[in-house]
Write a protein that binds this ligand. Structure first.
Ligand code: PLP
Length: 626
């Protein structure tokens, strides 16, 4: 656990149990140890077709924990409730979940259900997101907010006005100045009195990667001059009382409460100014940005960590709003936040299998010093190196090793050294490096996964997630490795890990069955993932705590998209493709074998694009005799 800093980033949901496996405390309580669930047991149940109750799902696999999601929501709410009570703040907190972080139907439905007791709502940033938010909120608390953000056209605004008509507590937030004209016109046409918010472009700038669009020159929101023009337009239209919410978003992963308080304080001033200008202000919506400590370092100087707790975040927000509003004798507004990352990151774990390794340099297995290939000049080199190593002259050993290698590669290119000789030299150099303690070579672990589909931020913005084996954690890792995915793309790799490491301590893969987990990736990764090389999303299981010690129930199990499904995404027609291939089979092989081939082809269209385990070899091969 210490090697991978599980206690640092995992608490209170993930720890290591006595069997050396990751255990999940889905209720977030360290004291209820009998409720811990062994992640490996879940994975076995989900993937094994042979065990009793085994579901036979293919890897990669997302394991979702709705209980973790519930706990995250409750913790966020209680952090604000506590801050509001202890500061004597004059209103309440009412959050929304930005569905863009993970639009999965069950995740959003769970949030609406779990958040209903405290009026938790949803935020949408596009027309389809708004449609899903509207339909989910029909089953939610009628007071829950439906915040409509993002760039809007007449169709988006009409849809938001319809939401209002359907008694959903809808706020249309102006992202651009022109949207106000559309709102005025359409609301009059549809005879609906809308609730309007506006997004302010703050001067406060978050300097990390996730703050690139914040500050005066940022991409989003209205400038001071634009806000003043909007107020004037609404006043002229007799709709200034519709303006009730001020929104801003400093950026994701806000590193410190100092920056947070600075931004919230600036926004609170704008809020008070809008009150002064006659708007009917009620809500301050502080956007997202509540961060996640991906590496457990609790640092304010990194994009992957944050230097505050949930309670400290809530207290900083409440104090900053209260301080400004009280000073200006403005009634304390309802505080809304749009935390996405902080709500959904922990609830899912991506589990994938390492299917084999290859050494980046010649492995020990290629060492053959008695081999005839180290004859002639090379045996001289061998003798020289051994003597230097024995004599403790490590520096010279290493320099000479590099020279030897370079020389042999050159000779190989000229055709004077054969492949076996080159392999023997690689092996010799490897042995010398080991002997002089120049560090273990880093191995490439092939993983049954697409980085582009399942961890796109690792590729796109070099984000680091905690990735560790989910078992054998009581066994000292003997190797260091980087992860290399299935795609035919050299960027399909992970070579940045927490603690600033460029490789990961790993165990030997003894014929498969070595499982790794990517944690804290429940936000953004699924939503952003693509179809590179036509690899689709993972299989998904939902797992809930059930009665009895360490017991769990799989409440839903869905295989990932099949080859046919991903082909359809690119406009292919799997049914027609199958017919074409089947027809060809009957042309080229005997009737009996054509039938076997056709059923094999049909099965491939139905299977996920990922590697099937060796246990499915018989099924995967198409046994034909001619
Ligand atoms: N609200 C808005 C307007 C955003 O742009 C974002 C994300 O960038 C969020 C909320 C969610 O932010 P986070 O996931 O950091 O909480």
């Amino acid at each position: 656990a210490a090697l991978y800093n599980v206690d640092g980033w995992g608490g209170p949901y993930f720890s290591v149990n006595a069997a050396g496996n990751i255990s999940v405390r889905s209720h977030g309580s360290a004291t209820l140890s009998h409720q811990e669930i062994d992640l490996l047991k879940i994975v076995k149940k989900a993937s094994d077709p042979k065990s009793v109750g085994g579901l036979g799902l293919q890897f990669p696999l997302i394991v979702r924990f709705p209980d973790v999601l519930k706990n995250r929501l409750e913790c966020l709410q209680s952090a604000f409730d506590y801050a509001i009570q202890s500061e004597g703040y004059g209103s309440h907190y009412q959050g929304v979940y930005p569905v863009k972080c993970n639009q999965d139907r069950f995740v959003v439905e769970d949030i609406v259900k779990f958040g209903s007791p405290f009026r938790f709502g949803l935020e949408a940033g596009s027309k389809p997101e708004l449609l899903l938010a509207m339909s989910c909120l029909c089953k939610g608390n009628p007071d829950a907010l439906l915040i409509c953000n993002g760039f809007k056209d007449a169709e988006y605004i009409s849809l938001a006005l319809v939401a209002n008509k359907l008694a959903l507590n809808t706020v249309i937030v102006l992202e651009q100045e022109e949207e106000v004209d559309l709102i005025v016109e359409l609301s009059k046409k549809l005879c609906i009195k809308p609730v309007i918010g506006l997004r302010a472009k703050l001067r406060t700038k978050h300097s990390g990667h996730f703050g690139a669009t914040s500050g005066e020159k940022g991409k989003f929101g209205l400038t001071t001059a634009q806000i003043l023009r909007v107020v004037k337009k609404l006043d002229l239209a007799g709709m200034l009382d519709c303006l009730q919410l001020l929104h801003f978003h400093i950026g994701s992963q806000i590193p410190s409460t100092a920056l947070l308080a600075d931004g919230v304080g600036e926004a609170a001033q704008i809020y008070c100014e809008l009150v002064r200008l006659g708007a009917n202000m009620r809500v301050i919506d502080i956007g997202g940005g509540l961060g996640i400590d991906y590496d457990g370092s609790k640092s304010c100087d990194s994009d992957i960590s944050v230097g505050y707790s949930l309670d400290e975040y809530a207290a900083a927000v409440v104090r900053a709003v209260q301080c400004v509003c009280d000073r200006r004798s403005v009634k304390n507004p309802v505080i809304c936040s749009e935390s996405g990352r902080a709500i959904v990151s922990h609830q899912s774990v991506l589990v994938f299998e390492a299917v084999g390794t290859s050494s980046t340099v010649g492995g020990a297995s290629s060492l053959a010093f008695s081999s005839p290939y180290l004859a002639g000049d090379l045996s001289e080199d061998y003798r020289f190196l051994s003597e230097a190593a024995f004599g403790g002259d490590y520096e010279r050993c290493l320099v000479y090793t590099e020279e030897l290698k370079e020389r042999c590669v050159e000779q190989f290119k000229q055709g004077t050294v054969c492949m076996e000789q080159l392999a023997a030299v690689d092996g010799l150099c490897e042995l010398v490096r080991k002997a002089v303690g120049a560090g273990e070579p880093v191995r490439r672990y092939h993983v049954n996964l697409s980085v582009f589909t399942s961890i796109p931020d690792a590729w796109g913005i070099e984000q680091v997630f905690p990735i560790i084996p989910i078992h054998r954690l009581d066994e000292k890792p003997s190797v260091r490795g980087i992860l290399s995915d299935l795609t035919c793309d050299s960027d399909g790799k992970i070579d940045k890990f927490i603690n600033g490491e460029s490789s990961l301590p790993l165990h030997e893969v003894d014929g498969g069955g070595y499982y790794l987990g990517m944690f804290l990736g429940g936000a953004y990764e699924e939503a952003l993932g693509g179809f590179h090389n036509l690899f689709g999303g993972p299989s998904v299981v939902r797992v809930s705590q059930s009665d009895g010690p360490h017991s769990f129930a799989v409440t839903r199990a869905v295989p990932g998209p099949s080859c046919g499904d991903v082909l359809r995404v690119m406009q292919h027609q799997p049914e027609l493709m199958f017919e074409t291939l089947k027809h060809r089979a009957y042309e080229y092989v005997s009737q009996d074998n054509a039938a076997v081939l056709a059923s094999g082809l049909a099965r491939t269209f139905d299977r996920m694009p990922y590697l099937v385990p060796l246990s499915s070899f018989e099924e995967a091969a198409f046994p034909v005799s001619d």
